[in-house]
Design a binder for this molecule. Structure first.
Ligand code: 0WD
Length: 255
């Protein structure tokens, strides 16, 4: 049994109850953690607050647009003031223009490329930077990535390139923060039906392909990603950093 009581974790990227971030939040909550949720856009405030209020443990909710250094600094300074120390961050944020998540990657615009990199990759570095003064000496940062950053996956396009950048960032951040005792890892999740996933062309076929060909012959759930994040956030993973852990029923081993 993992016990995270008296420890504070920041969960970035809950949009609704289907969000992977929510699966992570529930796993951390069940382990007794105190949680801080960051959301972007007023329309998500109530959803996130209402969801957070269903949890057992302490929690509060803050706005934070990861494209703004000012927002990030404000949010993490507030967390530092209210909670003191941060024991972990679940970074579950990504965005690309929907019309660039189908057809040829070659058609990606400069603005679309930079937008995807900004929200989906640089935001991890920016969040780590803003959080650094408050990170515990055994803190654990976990981000979410996807196979499309390691190899070609149809339609994933500009987001695949952003995930490749995110994956490299994990390794560099693991070096920078390792001397503070802080670990940085990525979970490469299999396809899960969420708000963001809806934007990806042919997503139903990706799910079907996984059910047919993954070693486990099924898709994975938010809960399975949540329990892996809980492991990475816990002392059980104290020797693991700069790693990418696939929670994809083994799909990455084929093809
Ligand atoms: O199959 C999937 N769903 C997989 C998702 C497979 C493998 C990885 N992932 C990754 C995603 O790429 C992302 O990094 O998991 C992470 C979480 O994605 P999700 O749970 O699939 O999607 P969703 O519930 O939509 O949450 C992503 C959230 C945003 O939601 P919307 O739908 O509004 O884009 O990222 C947040 C927002 O809450 N977000 C931002 N947060 C702060 N600042 C920003 C921003 N500028 N933009 C988006």
């Amino acid at each position: 049994q993992i016990d995270l009581s008296n420890r504070t974790y920041v969960v970035m990227g809950v949009a609704n109850k289907r969000s992977i971030a929510w699966g992570i939040a529930r796993a951390l909550d069940q382990a007794g953690a105190s949680l801080v949720f960051t959301y972007v856009g007023e329309r998500f405030e109530k959803t996130v607050q209402d969801l957070a209020d269903t949890l057992n443990g302490d929690h509060y909710v803050l706005p934070c647009d990861v494209t703004s250094d000012e927002d990030l600094e404000k949010a993490f300074n507030t967390i530092g003031e209210k909670s003191g120390t941060i024991h972990g961050i679940a970074h579950c944020v990504a965005f690309a223009n929907k019309d660039e998540l189908e057809g040829e990657y070659l058609n990606t615009t400069r603005d679309g490329f930079l937008l995807a990199q900004n929200i989906s990759a640089y935001s991890l570095t920016a969040a780590a930077k803003a959080a650094r003064p408050f990170l515990a000496d055994d803190a654990s940062i976990v981000t979410l990535t996807y196979l499309g950053g390691e190899r070609y996956v149809k339609n994933y396009n500009v987001m695949g390139v952003a995930k490749a950048s995110l994956d490299a960032s994990v390794k560099y951040l693991a070096h920078d923060l390792g001397k503070d005792g802080v670990r940085v890892n990525a979970i490469s999740a299999g396809p899960i039906r969420t708000l963001s996933a809806k934007g990806i062309g042919g997503f139903n076929e990706v799910l079907k392909e996984m059910e047919e060909h993954a070693p486990l012959k099924r898709t994975v759930s938010q809960e399975e990603v949540g329990s892996t994040a809980l492991f990475l956030m816990s002392g059980l993973a104290s020797g693991i950093t700069g790693e990418m852990l696939h929670v994809d029923g083994g799909y990455h081993t084929i093809g």
